[in-house]
Design a protein around this ligand. Structure first.
Ligand code: AMP
Ligand code: GLY
Length: 423
């Protein structure tokens, strides 16, 4: 089989690594890919939003299966474009990817189908939003409706902050049209857990849990980032939590989408908060998490291509999804200054020490080839993942492995997985 993966980050490198293990696969392409992906796939210089070019490439090269890693093309309808051309593609259609693409939609869906989530109101007008904020309880949460690179969420401690937030999102349009509508939501507290799942329209199969670290600095300080590290499984995702979510959240979401005429096939990523009143949905994503994929996929036992095909064909009920009984930790190596401003173009040294190193992975995010050398090319540069018998061992292994890699301006958090000690 020939497989095309669309995307260019650590998540897509993790997907490509899993696809490469499938005995069914002869050749992998990735558009646009990066230097690490280029070691196991042929990178194709087509952007993830260039749907016509992607479809033409898939036709010309007789691609058997295309896997979409990123949210923007999914929300923009890339799956519809492939399907209309008679091509096999893994991911939700546009009318289902709205689960991630519009927070107002997903909140209304949860309300209509009694799926536990924070109380909220949606607003199209800044005046009405401000009127509502006059008599609200604080802290309160403001969310841009559309995609905003994971940065469209403002936690406001005071009325003044919230009013300024409305200006930022709706009037200054900091995230463009994503802020035409905003969700104003009750502030919740509790531990966060990421649960990814495969969905075939009717059946849902849950993957092992994970936890992300979104802030740039140790102790969850600093700005929000795309994710500075992950661990899997989450020790806080207990059997009791699992049972609750199976009863009230997972299947309920899939059934709700089907009932709305928006059959969901692909990945649903449940961003959960474990509150005192039980687990609640913080957000849905319509794709693998990044860097959740970097700790979840290395622990998956199944042939991922078989699972993708079962989702497309509606036969996921026949798949026995299995994960290794171990743990994994991913520490992101970033460029110092991320997520604000940083230099790039520095040579990365030590990568070869991971060749054939069992239980270790270096997933490339922002890298490129330059004069035959691999150099830094982004804020998040690499994700170093290590497995271990348990979380503590995996964490020790991952941090030890980060020492093997060196580049100018290398920056990482030193407390990825610290929460493990509190479990
Ligand atoms: P989201 O993109 O919706 O996952 O939001 C990004 C982050 O903001 C989450 O991972 C939480 O840390 C935080 N957050 C979102 N919604 C709430 C809420 N209702 N209460 C408290 N924190 C929240
Ligand atoms: N790690 C969070 C996300 O992928 O949205």
């Amino acid at each position: 089989m020939k497989v095309l993966i669309v995307g260019s980050g650590g998540r897509e490198h993790a997907i490509a690594t899993a696809v490469a293990k499938s005995p069914k696969v002869d050749k992998i392409y990735c558009a646009p890919g990066n230097a690490g992906i280029g070691q196991i796939a042929e990178c194709v210089n087509i952007g993830a939003m260039e749907f016509d070019k992607l479809v033409a490439f898939a036709k010309e090269n007789e691609i058997d299966l295309t896997v979409i890693g990123m949210d923007d093309p999914l929300v923009g309808g890339v799956v519809d474009a492939f399907e209309n051309a008679g091509l096999r593609v893994f991911g939700p259609r546009k009318n289902a990817a709205i689960l991630e693409g519009s927070k107002a939609f997903s909140k209304d869906l949860m309300k209509k189908y009694n799926i536990p989530t924070a109380g909220y109101e949606n607003f199209n007008s800044p005046e009405e939003a401000k009127e509502y904020l006059e008599n609200s309880k604080y802290p309160i949460v403001l969310k841009a409706d559309g995609l905003a690179l994971g940065k469209g969420v403002l936690i406001c401690n005071t009325k003044e902050e919230a009013m300024a937030g409305v200006n930022e999102l709706m009037l200054d349009k900091k995230f463009g049209d994503a802020g035409n509508t905003i969700v104003i939501e009750e502030f919740m507290t509790g531990r966060e857990v990421s649960v990814l799942s495969y969905v075939d329209g009717k059946t849902i199969k849950i993957m092992t849990s994970a936890q992300d670290h979104k802030r740039a600095k140790d102790g969850d300080q600093g700005l929000n980032t795309g994710g500075m590290g992950t661990f899997s499984p989450s020790p806080f995702y207990t059997e009791e939590v699992d049972e609750f979510c199976k009863k009230y959240i997972y299947q309920a979401t899939v059934d709700a989408m089907a009932a709305e005429g928006r059959e969901f096939k692909g990945i649903i990523f449940f961003g959960l908060m474990l509150t005192e009143d039980g687990p609640k949905v913080l957000e849905y994503n319509a794709r693998f998490g990044d860097p959740e994929a970097q700790v979840v996929l290395p622990r998956m036992k199944n042939d991922i291509v078989e699972v993708f095909e079962a989702c497309i064909d509606g036969t996921l009920d026949q798949i026995d999804l299995q994960f290794e009984d171990n743990a994994a930790v991913c520490v992101v190596l970033a460029s110092d200054g991320y997520p604000v401003s940083y230099e790039k173009g520095f040579e990365i040294k030590g990568l070869e020490q991971f060749d054939n190193k069992e239980g270790y992975y270096v997933f490339h995010a922002g890298t490129k080839l330059s004069d035959g050398k691999i150099v830094t090319n982004g804020g998040r540069v690499l994700g170093v993942t290590a497995k271990g018998a348990d979380l503590k061992e995996a964490r020790a292994n991952a941090y030890e492995a980060t020492k093997l890699i060196d580049f100018d301006n290398k920056y990482m958090r030193n407390d990825i997985g610290k929460a493990i000690d509190e479990a």
